[in-house]
Design a protein around this ligand. Structure first.
Ligand SMILES: [Zn+2]
Length: 309
């Protein structure tokens, strides 16, 4: 009888887990489809399309209990004093008062390039892999971590105007600096819609050799979750995404993770960068793998992750 009951509990938890996983994958799919739909017209900074994306992300944060970091989820800035842009920033508050100025920042840019060279009458660059995929990963990480009580604050940041020259991240880095906030680590997510060949569980880390991030993170994950990729170094990807302004402003460990390896996806800044070409299971599997090590980073009061000399 007792064993039957245990078996029942085991089976029940198995089915509940499977159900939760399927629900997560469905959410990934529907977020991707919405954010890269033609209705959003390529999410160019300063357009109605990106305004809709910002509203969607903010509404989602609110629905899962992620609070705005500033008064509103949107933190507004201007390009050349005329084009309006906004980073979307949510947070889980930290519960250690000594660490409240040293947040972990999990980010991704949510803007894209709008239109591109027309093919068969389609000129909308939908930006599904670049970077609806990273945006959705941030949204799913927020959901995965919402019921935790981390010591450090965790900021979930969707950057605007990355495609205009990392302007959203430059703006936020300078703003946080002026507010005496000193982020501990930046974990920025770029193009994670398709798995790397032969490395389905892994992502590469830009600026790999700049800090001991990979050592600590992989230790927390108990596997080689983030790896070195030669092309990332050759193409200076470290300097080409929203992690970089934080490295410049604060001299802290600031990296991007990606699974776009230059061989697994042919539609970079292309009108065919669309949701059906991406793998929602892959995105969710990264989220499942990353949530716990990220929480451990947020929970460690010592700054174990450091720049290398
Ligand atoms: Zn990008």
């Amino acid at each position: 009888m007792k064993y039957n009951f245990l078996l029942y509990l085991f089976t029940l938890s198995f089915f509940l887990n499977t159900f939760a996983q399927e629900t997560d994958i469905k959410s990934v799919k529907s977020h991707l489809e919405y954010l890269s739909s033609d209705d959003l017209n390529g999410r160019l900074t300063g357009t109605k399309g990106i305004d809709k994306a910002a509203a969607y992300i903010a509404k989602y944060f609110k629905s899962i209990g992620i609070k705005p970091y500033y008064e509103s989820y949107r933190d507004t800035f201007y390009l050349k004093k005329q084009t309006v842009a906004y980073n979307v920033i949510g947070q889980i508050e930290g519960n250690d008062p000594l660490l409240k100025n040293e947040p972990l920042i999990i980010g991704a840019h949510y803007d894209h390039i709008g239109n591109s060279k027309a093919i068969e009458g389609d000129s909308i660059a939908n930006g599904a892999n670049d970077n609806a995929s990273g945006t959705v990963a941030v949204m799913q990480l927020a959901k995965a971590l919402i019921d935790t009580k981390p010591k450090r604050p965790i900021l979930f940041v969707l950057f605007d105007a990355e495609e205009q020259g990392l302007l959203g991240s430059k703006y936020l880095a300078e703003k946080l600096k002026s507010e005496d906030v000193n982020p501990y680590v930046i974990f920025n997510i770029e193009m994670v819609g398709v798995a790397m060949r032969d490395k389905p569980q892994q992502a590469y880390l830009t600026g790999f050799e700049k800090s001991n991030f990979a050592d600590i993170f992989n230790g927390y994950a108990d596997q080689k979750a983030v790896i070195f990729l030669q092309q990332a170094k050759e193409y200076h990807l470290f300097k080409r995404s929203d992690n970089y302004p934080f490295f410049q402003s604060f001299e802290i460990p600031a990296h991007s993770v990606s699974t776009f390896d230059f061989t697994n996806y042919s539609y970079y800044h292309h009108v065919d960068d669309e949701a059906p070409l991406l793998n929602p299971e892959h995105i969710q599997s990264l989220v499942d793998l990353w949530a716990e090590p990220l929480l451990k980073i947020a929970n460690h009061s010592e700054k174990l992750i450091k720049l290398n000399n």
